[in-house]
Design a protein around this ligand. Structure first.
Ligand SMILES: Cc1ncc(COP(=O)(O)O)c(C=O)c1O
Length: 474
């Protein structure tokens, strides 16, 4: 172990050296000291315990005699490998406290090594410019002389907020004040903070009946009641939102660009209508634009936030698809009162984000590395989308039906099976993972759909995945 162990001698009768020896045995038995661990030098232990060094020497001698310690010439005294005491867990498993059990929200992680991962719509991490990120990060720390390791603005580093604001203006038609952007740890945190800022227990929030379970989890955490709204080939059924609004609605969570998980793009008239309803019924639109950059057919559609004249849209973005989910960089922008509240609540739970990473990413956006990566990934993912769609159709024929969506990193595939759960288990056993519709349905009902993400696999891996899908189809 790399740490120097702190030892204590319990009060009691008998000579100090024996009590010290017993204390060491107790630490070995409860697994705090493990075979091979070096003990600190006798002088150090003596100083630490305030005893004479000879006391420690005597304790070590006793322990060596009992076989607990071994000393090789010129090396530190270590815990002997024999006899190996059974390690005991010392953190208690049961508790006297009254703690509500909490189910872990389902995620698509982790996938076992070697499994071809079609679950989620994940980017290909092998293509992330890791050397550029590492260099930018090291240089950020060096050039700011440690300032990035200090406490800072809870909204995130101003330089990244500035860079994101410029990107939103250039690419998404969104005019934002960098002071009203809050950088969060992924959009997940933004969703949770928005829930805290907007919702009170019992508030009703409309969500897509097929959608993103982690967003639902974040909203439910504030005690919201979720109201299910149908999605069709044009996305959210906005007429149903109006019905729900008549019964009282505090917010609508929506993925307009590429509806998650069906990939439908919200139609133009529905967009205008949703904005109108939000202003009339005074509910917030939580617009999750999680993969805006990966739109392959025609121009990306402008976000709802770009047309928000009433200050009703909270716009969420993320770098999880653009770069990598593990960076945990997302952001939210919207009306000042809302982003201020989000920043204030952020301080309560997290104080601030990771300034060094934020700063490094800002420099990579400014110097063109991130825009270049994006252009490249758009080409790569578009090719993978075409390849996967063709291969899937060729291998599975009538057994699957899907439209190639205008964008996004996954296909929403209709199957002949009432519930493709069995197919999914068989495919997983053979080394290919995908998600079934049921796990993306608010009510959890069986659905004849599967969601297949293609972006993280190269063309030959996609071919192999399709082979497995064809061979395991019941
Ligand atoms: C609908 C949706 N929103 C947001 C995200 C990104 O979440 P985060 O920014 O927390 O990584 C994802 C990622 O899978 C998603 O599918």
């Amino acid at each position: 172990m790399a740490w120097s162990v702190t030892l204590t001698v319990p009060e009691g009768d008998g000579p100090t050296f024996l009590r010290l020896a017993e204390a060491v045995v107790a630490e070995i038995q409860r697994g705090r000291l493990r075979p091979g661990d070096a003990l600190p030098g006798t002088r150090k232990v003596a100083t630490q315990l305030g005893v004479h060094r000879n006391t420690v020497v005597a304790a070590w001698r006793e322990l060596r005699a009992q076989g607990w310690l071994e000393t090789r010439q010129g090396a530190a005294t270590r815990i002997a490998s024999l006899p190996a005491p059974p390690p005991r867990h010392t953190t208690p498993r049961s508790t006297a406290l009254d703690i509500q059990p909490m189910a872990m929200p389902r995620t698509t992680e982790p996938v076992a090594p070697g499994v071809l991962d079609l679950a989620g719509g994940k980017p290909d991490l092998r293509l992330v410019p890791i050397h550029d990120i590492a260099r930018a990060w090291a240089s950020a720390l060096r050039h700011t002389r440690g300032k990035l390791l200090a406490y800072g603005d809870p909204r995130g580093h101003p330089r990244l907020r500035q860079a994101l604001s410029a990107m939103l203006a250039a690419r998404r038609g969104l005019v934002t004040d960098p002071d009203h952007i809050v950088i969060t740890r992924g959009s997940q945190q933004a969703m949770y903070l928005l829930g805290r800022a907007l919702l009170r227990p019992g508030d009703r929030v409309a969500v897509e009946e097929l959608g993103y379970p982690l967003a639902w989890a974040a909203l439910r955490a504030s005690g919201a009641e979720l109201v299910s709204i149908t999605v069709d080939s044009e996305g959210l059924r906005v007429d149903q939102v109006e019905d729900a609004a008549k019964g009282g609605l505090r917010a609508v969570y929506v993925t307009p660009h590429h509806q998650y998980p069906t990939m439908a793009t919200l139609g133009a008239s529905r967009r205008m209508e949703l904005l109108r309803l939000a202003a009339e019924y005074r509910f917030a639109i939580l617009e999750d634009d999680y993969d805006n950059e990966f739109h392959f057919a025609g121009q990306p559609v402008l976000p709802l936030a770009a047309r928000d004249t009433h200050g009703v849209v909270a716009y969420l973005g993320t770098l999880s698809k653009t770069l990598a989910p593990g960076l945990r960089l997302g952001f939210v922008t919207g009306p000042t009162a809302l982003t201020d509240a989000v920043a204030a609540i952020r301080v309560e739970v997290d104080r601030q984000g990771d300034l060094a990473t934020e700063y490094a990413l800002a420099t990579l956006i400014e110097d063109g590395t991130v825009p270049r990566h994006l252009r490249r990934m758009r080409r790569v993912y578009h090719e993978r989308q075409r390849h996967f769609s063709r291969a899937l159709r060729a291998a599975l024929g009538e057994r699957v039906a899907f439209e190639v969506p205008a964008g996004g990193l996954a296909l929403w595939v209709r199957t002949l099976l009432a519930d493709p759960a069995d197919w999914s288990s068989r495919a997983l056993a053979r080394g290919a993972a995908f998600e079934v519709g049921r796990s993306l349905a608010l009510r959890g009902q069986a659905l004849p759909y599967a969601r297949m993400g293609f972006a993280s696999l190269d063309l030959s891996e996609l071919d192999r995945a399709v082979e497995i899908l064809a061979e395991t189809h019941p």
